[in-house]
Design a protein around this ligand. Structure first.
Ligand SMILES: *Cc1c(COP(=O)(O)O)cnc(C)c1O
Length: 340
């Protein structure tokens, strides 16, 4: 059996999604004439009760665009030291926006309002960079799918208001967080200036991310997307996949979460495992006891047909997703237990 658990980006479109893509109405989106893109954008703006939305090829581009519209060269943004914008966007914050990152050591990728407050540079002290933006990630990636307590997010918003800072959410996996908490999309829409959402993670689309914000922010984002080379033509074939996923795939995330929880339970009984980070969504991060090398562990599983990745320092990551079947899941649970 072959099982790919390296990421939730490995999924292929479902039959229903392919049908929706094949029958999509399309036009030239650079002229704003693609009805499927326009409709995806307005569906998401309505769902989050934000003024406007813009479709992008990737979540890196939505984040980078948001950082560009909120900052000037020389400014500083505040984020967790695990954050995607800092670690996994190729240094784009400095390349695209010429800003620096003030890194906070949070809890599994989550930062607190008091940590943010301590990290704001005094505006009149012209020796230090001007703090302009706070970026959060929810749920976290390198933090193992951890989810914010919404009260903390509201407290961070207050700090942003006091210090005149913009507030951006990297919501690549906000869909997962929404399934396991009480908040609604509009609650997030009220608190953040901009939100980036990925359609190509747990929702299972082949391509696509969306940036949400005020009309003014999205007008600015349209220009930046052009500069980044992200304007697409008959992108409606991709947007139709997004609209389909928002309607039909969101609830399925709970299956990914259940499977992740079951993997966590098995790992907790394995004598080769040192710790398992508490699982709340679809990412499992665990560490091996010191006698084990993670490369041996990974190649051992590879030989049994199971692919996963190491994060270094004896840490292993597993990500469940919609193409990970119950049959594969049973095989993974037995295999992990038998490695004892
Ligand atoms: C995947 C991801 C992104 C965007 O990545 P792309 O591959 O560029 O779409 C952004 N933030 C987080 C936390 C992610 O996991």
């Amino acid at each position: 059996m072959k099982v790919n658990l390296i990421s939730d980006t490995v999924t292929k479109p479902s039959q229903g999604m392919l049908d929706a893509m094949f029958s999509a109405q399309v036009g030239d989106d650079v002229f704003k004439e693609d009805p499927s893109v326009n409709s995806l954008e307005s569906e998401l703006a309505t769902l989050f009760e934000m003024e406007a939305a813009l479709f992008f090829p990737s979540g890196t581009m939505t984040n980078q665009t948001a950082i560009k519209i909120h900052t000037q060269p020389g400014d500083q943004l505040i984020c967790d030291h695990y954050s995607h914008v800092y670690n996994y966007e190729g240094g784009g914050v400095s390349f695209n926006s010429a800003v620096s990152c003030r890194l906070i050591e949070g809890n599994r990728g989550r930062i607190t309002a008091s940590q943010v407050e301590e990290s704001v540079n005094p505006p009149d002290f012209y020796h230090s960079p001007k703090t302009r933006l706070v970026c959060l990630e929810n749920s976290t990636n390198k933090g193992g799918g951890a989810v914010y307590d919404f009260k903390e997010i509201i407290d961070i918003r207050e700090i942003c208001d006091t210090h005149n800072l913009a507030f951006h959410l990297d919501g690549a996996r906000l869909w997962n967080a929404l399934e396991v908490t009480d908040e609604k999309p509009k609650d997030y829409g009220k608190v953040f200036d901009t939100i980036s959402l990925c359609l190509s993670k747990g929702l299972g689309c082949p391509v696509g991310s969306v940036l949400l914000g005020s009309q003014v922010h999205i007008n600015n984002a349209l220009r930046i997307r052009k500069i980044f080379g992200g304007g697409m033509r008959q992108a409606g074939y991709l947007a139709a996949a997004g609209s389909f996923a928002i309607k039909h795939h969101r609830k399925d995330l709970n299956e990914d979460h259940r499977k992740a929880k079951e993997i966590e339970s098995v790992l907790l009984t394995c004598n080769y495992v040192e710790t398992v980070e508490p699982v709340s969504t679809n990412i499992i991060i665990f560490s091996l006891i010191s006698a084990n090398s993670e490369l041996d562990f990974i190649s051992n599983l590879n030989q049994k047909g199971i692919d996963l990745i190491t994060l270094g320092k004896r840490k292993i990551r597993i990500v469940t997703h919609r193409d990970y079947s119950q049959e594969q899941h049973n095989y993974v649970l037995t295999t992990l237990a038998k490695m004892n």
